[in-house]
Every structure is written in structure tokens, then in C-alpha cells.
Ligand binder design. Structure first.
Ligand SMILES: Nc1ncnc2c1ncn2[C@@H]1O[C@H](COP(=O)(O)OP(=O)(O)OP(=O)(O)O)[C@@H](O)[C@H]1O
Length: 258
């Protein structure tokens, strides 16, 4: 019998929500604060368990999720395990009418039994939370498979000379949260990126991401087109993150990719 046509597994059905997963966990700082957490194909729903009315329910869209990880706490005597999910939903900016993606971290303590390994296994069931890390890191040219290995090229002089600072301040953490392995290349001179891409073993990379203005992307595309295998090389997924002064191309591409 096709399992898809069976009635939903009761262990995955709570409060009328048929989820991929359901669990009850505690706050990481206060064991007395408990949450019911359910995961469907589209959202992670977190509801504080409380006897008082008006309890809040927060729904996180999985398209805003960059990653999730499970781990043991630093205290060896703690039988609990933890899982943390990282979201970047659009939120209204403080004192502004505009919206921007802002980081939200949801962390839960799993202490269902006294066995630390069993708790870790439960936390690990949540860790492969579907995520769209690459949407947020700007890969735009083609679909990329996960996990994916990325080469990130940064021109430290582009814009007001802040591209590297922007990378370490904003992008690096998201790549870690999304568990995306990457190699950072800081360009040292004009045409550095072009030469590197012309000679690179592209099988090592699933995507090339450029953090700069339009000029560095132009160099990378020229490097791909300089290759003998250019017809295959130019299929490499490319991304651009705004690090230049005008960033016209990054703005246009991201506008149409939304
Ligand atoms: N380390 C480097 N030193 C000097 N020039 C570089 C270096 N790395 C890249 N370049 C060159 O600098 C040029 C401009 O770079 P880029 O487009 O990244 O920045 P920008 O001109 O500040 O941005 P925008 O195009 O938004 O104005 C590129 O054509 C590139 O060839």
C-alpha cells in the first residue's frame, strides 16, 4: 500500500496541525518555560505552553530559514541537547517605513529523558530543517544543490573599501548557520579574479559568489568565457552580493529574483 495514502501518523498530529515533526521543548534559559513546536513542509510553529489565555503563537516561514543545528551543551553534566534554527524574515525597520530581513534565532532545549544521547538524537531529528540558505546568500544564476561548496570572491577596494567588512559582519555568519562550506578569495589586483576563474578546477565548486561592485562580476564572467570549456563553465551558478558603490546589477538581479 502507498504509505502516502495512509491516515496521518498520530505522533505527527497535534492541535489539528499535521506536521512533519512535533515536539515539546523548554527554553534554553528557563526550564519552566515550555514550547510546543511543530514543523510542516512550509513552516515552523512555536507556541508557548501556558495556562493563561492569550498565549502567543509564532509561525516561521521555512523560506526564511537558512539553517538549523543540533548539539550538546557545554556542561557535560547537562543531559539536555539543543537545536537552534536561524531565520531571516522581513521585518519593519525601527523608525522606518521600510522592511528588511532581520536575524531571528530560535533555540530549544531537548530533555525528554535522562539519556543525553537520546536527547541529542531527538534534537538531530530537527536539524535537517528545510532551509533556503542560498536564496539569502544571493546565488541567482541557476539552481544549486545542497550541500554546496562556494567560492566567494571579495574585492577589498570596491565601494568605499568596506566589502570585506560587510562580508565578515553579515555574510560569514549566515554561511556558518547554513552550514555552507566556502573558500574566501580576497582579490589582490585587477584581473586577479579573471585569471583565477580561467584556471580554476570548477568541479570543486557548486557556485561562485562575488561580493563587490559590477566590475568583479564582469571579470569572473570573462574568466569563465576565456576557458576552453566555456560552454560548460558558464553554467556555473553565480551570485552577487552588493559590496560596490552603485551595486546596480545586484539590485536589479535581486529585485527580479524575489
Ligand atoms: N584588489 C584589487 N585592487 C585593485 N583593483 C581591483 C582589485 N580587485 C578587483 N579590482 C578591480 O576593480 C574594479 C572595480 O571593482 P568593483 O566593481 O568590485 O567595485 P566598484 O567599482 O567600487 O563598484 P561599482 O561597480 O558598484 O561602482 C574591477 O574592474 C576589478 O577589476
Amino acid at each position: 500500500m502507498d504509505t502516502d495514502t495512509c491516515a496521518p501518523d498520530p505522533s505527527r498530529q497535534r492541535n489539528g496541525v499535521v506536521g512533519v515533526l512535533y515536539g515539546e521543548f523548554t527554553d534554553t534559559l528557563n526550564d519552566r518555560v515550555r514550547y510546543s513546536v511543530s514543523l510542516t513542509e512550509r513552516a515552523l510553529t512555536v507556541q508557548r505552553i501556558s495556562s493563561s489565555p492569550g498565549r502567543t503563537k509564532v509561525v516561521f516561514n521555512l523560506t526564511d530559514c537558512v539553517g538549523c543545528r543540533a548539539y550538546r551543551g557545554p556542561d557535560g553534566a547537562d543531559v539536555g541537547a539543543y537545536f537552534t534554527a536561524y531565520f531571516y524574515p522581513f521585518k519593519r525597520r525601527w523608525m522606518s517605513a521600510g522592511v528588511a530581513r532581520q536575524r531571528v534565532e530560535q533555540c530549544f532545549r531537548v530533555a525528554l529523558v535522562q539519556d543525553p544521547l537520546a536527547n541529542l538524537q531527538e534534537a538531530e531529528r530537527w536539524a535537517p530543517l528545510p532551509s533556503c540558505g542560498l536564496c539569502l546568500t544571493g546565488v541567482v544564476y541557476a539552481e544549486v544543490r545542497r550541500p554546496c561548496r562556494v567560492m566567494i570572491l571579495v574585492n577589498p577596494h570596491s565601494g568605499r573599501g568596506q566589502a570585506l567588512q560587510l562580508f565578515t559582519g553579515h555574510v560569514q555568519g549566515m554561511l556558518t548557520e547554513a552550514a555552507i562550506p566556502y573558500t574566501l578569495v580576497i582579490t589582490e589586483h585587477q584581473n586577479h579574479a579573471r585569471e583565477l576563474v580561467r584556471k580554476a578546477d570548477l568541479s570543486q565548486w557548486d557556485a561562485l559568489v562575488i561580493m563587490s561592485g559590477d566590475g568583479l562580476l564582469f571579470e569572473v564572467i570573462n574568466g569563465l568565457m576565456d576557458r576552453e570549456d566555456w560552454q560548460e563553465a558558464i553554467q556555473t551558478p553565480l551570485g552577487i552580493l552588493p559590496g560596490g558603490s552603485g551595486n546596480a546589477l545586484a539590485a536589479s538581479v535581486h529585485h527580479y529574483s524575489q
